[in-house]
Design a protein around this ligand. Structure first.
Ligand SMILES: [Mn+2]
Length: 316
């Protein structure tokens, strides 16, 4: 039996749009409206955020609020490391996607000898660095943080020295070596990338199951192939960004993109993937109820959360 622990991370400093910090509570409202007892089943732990930095103004144009991002990543990292050492299975409910880097750092720190694979279900590749980002929003950088990539080959920005000193510190949270090999990442439904990210995807041969491929192959085959791609990994982490869903559905998220997954596809996919015994942590991010009407995004995201968790409980 898995010892599930809910981890709540109300961080939104790394998103370009305000409101993702309310996503965790929007999920709770959704569960109440659906008369679900989900949140009474598992003890939640709250990770302190650094959203107060938003009031101070940004000093880092190519990595916005990186001083605050550094703080919250350390908090997430140490929480996840402790939970993994206690053999708990963290189900992480987070705001902006940058904190997934902290989750990965924590998983790796608890078991440094284990090769960690990542299944990243998202519209975006989140492989930017301060040297390549067009927006400066750090929720587009978590995978570069944990793979310790700078991508200087595609450098377009000249980040400030102070920005880079924080960037170096972030890459070293949980130890000064890469937490993952970028070849051990599988993307699902990634469809909104920039050139510097395409360069890295090509360089490392990162597999992306496009939405068309998901439909063509069917969910069980995609899940099977994704897991097969990561066959040499000892443990797996699944990160579900709600913007992987089609923009007609994912209105309540900061960066919706067309041609995404349907709700049914997302539910089946996560429920299927989490059955692999190597999966040690699952995360859902980027619900932003301020962009929504009637809390629709959170209600959909809650269905994904509840059914995926049930699949985990039923299978172990
Ligand atoms: Mn993302």
């Amino acid at each position: 039996m898995r010892k599930i622990k809910l981890v709540e991370v109300r961080s939104e400093i790394a998103a370009g749009t305000r409101g993702a910090s309310l996503g965790v509570d929007a999920l709770k409202i959704a569960s109440l409206d659906k008369k679900s007892n989900f949140f009474t089943q598992f003890d939640p732990i709250n990770v302190p955020d650094a959203n107060n930095f938003l009031w101070k103004g940004n000093k880092h144009p190519h990595a916005k609020y990186i001083d605050g991002v550094y703080q919250v990543l350390k908090n997430v990292y140490s929480t996840i490391e402790s939970l993994r050492l206690e053999k708990k299975f963290p189900i992480v409910l987070a705001g902006d996607h940058s904190t997934a880097a902290g989750t990965i750092m924590g998983i790796k720190a608890a078991h440094p000898e284990k090769r960690l694979g990542v299944i990243w279900i998202d519209a975006h590749a989140d492989l930017h660095t301060p040297y390549t980002t067009p927006s400066g929003n750090m929720h587009g950088m978590p995978l570069a943080m944990v793979a310790q990539l700078d991508n200087l080959e595609c450098k377009v920005n000249q980040p400030l020295a102070e920005t880079l000193s924080y960037w170096e510190k972030i890459k070293k949270i949980g130890g000064d070596s890469p937490k993952i090999d970028p070849r051990d990442v599988v993307f699902i439904s990634v469809r909104d990338t920039e050139e510097p990210e395409d360069f890295l995807i090509k360089k490392y041969g990162i597999k992306n199951f496009s939405t068309a491929e998901v439909r063509q192959l069917g969910i069980s085959k995609v899940a099977q192939e994704a897991l097969q791609t990561l066959k040499d990994c000892d443990q797996l982490y699944i990160s579900f960004d709600v913007d992987s869903l089609d923009s007609s559905i994912s209105v309540g998220t900061g960066t919706p993109v067309p041609n995404g997954l349907t709700v049914e596809e997302a539910i089946q996919l996560n429920a299927e993937l989490i059955k692999d015994k190597r999966v040690c942590c699952w995360e859902i991010v980027e619900v932003n109820p301020t962009l929504d009407t009637e809390n629709t995004m959170a209600e959909i995201a809650f269905d994904v959360l509840e059914i995926t968790t049930k699949s985990l409980v039923d299978n172990f």
